[in-house]
Design a protein around this ligand. Sequence first.
Ligand code: DX5
Ligand code: ZN
Length: 218
Amino acid sequence: MRIPIIAPSVLSADFSSMDDGVALIGSSGAEWVHLDVMDGCFVPNISFGPKMVADLRPHTSKIFDAHLMVQNPANFIDSFAQAGADYITFHLEAAVHSHRILQAIHEKGKKAGISIVPSTPVSLIEPLLPFVDLILVMTVNPGYGGQPIIPECFGKVRDLVTLREAGRGDYLISVDGGINESTAPAAREAGVDIMVVGSAFFSAADKGALVRRLKGLE
Ligand code: DX5
Ligand code: ZN
């Protein structure tokens, strides 16, 4: 079984000292920084925009995994690419022309991801599998950290592993929402490549030990 990448979400960090939150990620052994962008329209919450990403960029060399929970994501690709995002992931449910947006992300030299909410079946993204670098399977309804996981969503991870093994695409599979020490084993079992962790990470006393446990290393 593969050892997953850990991507702590700064949504659960202290916004008044976000650089400290990124530093905590840096020293924990986690590999990515998950940046939850919320517009108050696609999800009922507001977080931050591209300037936050740009301001955090000089503070770490880790992969910036931008999760755009916004309406009209096509309007924001340039600004998040310019800000220094490495992966730019948008929601299938927020766009009509998803293939075109994936192209636009690649034209900026960035990795392109697509995310699906719990009610969206994998079948709806099958036509896009050859064009994506990452699929973000939401395991909670997007908008907030600290929610309980919807374990039924792990079935989508298994489906995506099967589709990848069948040659339908070459993408990473990430899960996002409600991931912690008790839910991580099921995520690993399902076959995830990446785990996004927000509240469990920033509430952990020993973040390094948590990361190792999420990876199944101790
Ligand atoms: C929810 C966000 C998640 C969230 C994860 O809309 O996309 O990334 O911050 O937080 P936890 O791990 O606390 O569920
Ligand atoms: Zn997220």
